[in-house]
Design a binder for this molecule. Structure first.
Ligand SMILES: Nc1ncnc2c1ncn2[C@@H]1O[C@H](COP(=O)(O)OP(=O)(O)OP(=O)(O)O)[C@@H](O)[C@H]1O
Ligand SMILES: [Mg+2]
Length: 374
């Protein structure tokens, strides 16, 4: 949908903010521009809605040069969200969100109804509608900024460090909200951040820019983590990239063992048949109660008053290998507990089995990369 074709931006003082940048921005997905301060992220974003005009090169929207489109038409098709939301301080929340529809000539009532609908969509309590921006928290203001950008239902959303002014917990909530909204509305989002974790969490594609506005790498996040193009990208990704990459592999293929899972009232013969040194004890509802050490059982039966904590379980169908590994590492026995969506135990898995699954996933990933490269 958006194609940036060898675009350069040289400001009048000679600063080259963007240097021969080419990017194909896929439809209905989130493309993240990430890189250190001053690498040309904001300039690139602003060239997409012509707040900044390129010095050289072209930007195509649906195959058409944006230079040939009237600026107002172009901007109407693109919502814009900035850090600190940039709300109109003298307008209520509902009127802030209704700004663009009102500009487009919608009636007051219809615009307000739309605004209230959007408040719900972005996870804002509609009781806040009549407040002014200063009466909201930073995270709430940021949600209003997103709602305002969505008000006229533009196909494209440009977001410039929208979540960087809020604390990490609120930020995580906003990121989850954005992914949910994206899943529901299928917007084409270009998202600027200097936080690589945010880029990896949100991006379908991630463009890493370096100083001088040059593209260092453009790839899906999992590929960025497995095969950084050079030392700059590798440094920028930071530590733990191997562990972080595990987020992209599902836990579903893990082979679970049920041999060591026993109900609290299991008879001594059943318990004696368990081969491992630990038993995962479950309650009548099938949920985990805790681990029992086989050597310390009295009369060969379970004493539910003396169990070790089972830690945090994972859900194979929904969680990644990273979550499964984390559960195993945190477990007192080194085994992770798998549960279904209702919290009932479906099996347990050792660190060793998870390690094997990680190696298998990595070699499958490498084969995939080679196929793409070849
Ligand atoms: N109007 C301007 N005139 C001259 N130079 C500018 C202008 N706007 C930006 N620049 C320069 O262009 C380069 C890229 O700026 P830009 O704002 O695009 O960076 P950025 O990646 O968004 O940085 P940050 O992460 O700090 O927001 C910087 O060196 C900046 O100083
Ligand atoms: Mg910027």
């Amino acid at each position: 949908m958006i194609r940036i074709d060898s675009v350069t931006k040289r400001y009048p003082d000679g600063t080259v903010a963007v240097d021969r940048l080419s990017l194909e921005i896929p439809d209905r997905s989130i493309t993240v521009l990430v890189g250190p301060s001053g690498c040309g992220k904001t300039t690139t974003l602003r060239m997409i809605n012509r707040m900044v005009e390129p010095t050289e090169g072209t930007i195509l929207l649906d195959g058409e040069d944006i230079q040939r489109q009237p600026v107002t038409t172009l901007r109407r098709s693109m919502g814009y969200v900035i850090q600190n939301a940039g709300l109109f301080q003298h307008r209520t929340i509902v009127d802030n969100i209704a700004t663009v529809p009102r500009m487009l000539g919608w009636g007051k009532q219809r615009a307000r109804e739309r605004a209230v609908e959007l408040m719900e969509r972005v996870g804002l309590d509609t009781s806040l509608a009549k407040r002014y921006p200063y009466q909201l928290s930073g995270g709430q203001q940021q949600r209003v900024g997103v709602a305002r950008a969505l008000a006229a239902d533009p196909p494209v959303l440009l977001m410039d460090e929208p979540f960087s002014a809020v604390d990490p917990v609120v930020r995580k909530g906003l990121q989850e909200e954005l992914l949910r909204i994206q899943g529901e509305l299928g917007k084409t989002i270009v998202f600027v951040t200097h936080d690589i974790d945010e880029a990896v969490t949100l991006g379908t594609m991630v463009a890493v820019l370096r100083e001088g506005g040059r593209l260092a790498q453009y790839a899906p996040p999992a590929e960025l983590l497995s095969t950084p193009a050079d030392g700059f990208v590798e440094d920028f990704l930071g530590a733990d990239r191997g562990i972080r990459r595990l987020s992209f592999f599902p836990a579903a293929p893990l082979e679970l063992s049920t041999d060591a899972v026993v109900p609290a009232d299991a008879p001594a013969e059943r318990i004696a048949a368990v081969g491992s040194p630990y038993l995962l004890v479950t309650g009548p509802d099938g949920r985990p109660l805790g681990w029992a050490e086989r050597d310390r059982l009295t009369d060969g039966t379970v004493d539910t008053g003396r169990l070790l904590p089972y830690g945090r379980p994972f859900v194979p169908g929904a969680d990644s290998l990273r979550v499964a590994l984390d559960c195993a590492v945190l477990s007192p026995t080194g085994w992770a507990v798998a549960v279904d969506a209702d919290g009932r135990v479906t099996g347990v898995v050792s660190q060793r089995t998870i390690g094997e699954a990680i190696r298998a996933a990595h070699s499958a990933g490498r084969a995939e990369d080679e196929k793409v490269a070849g």
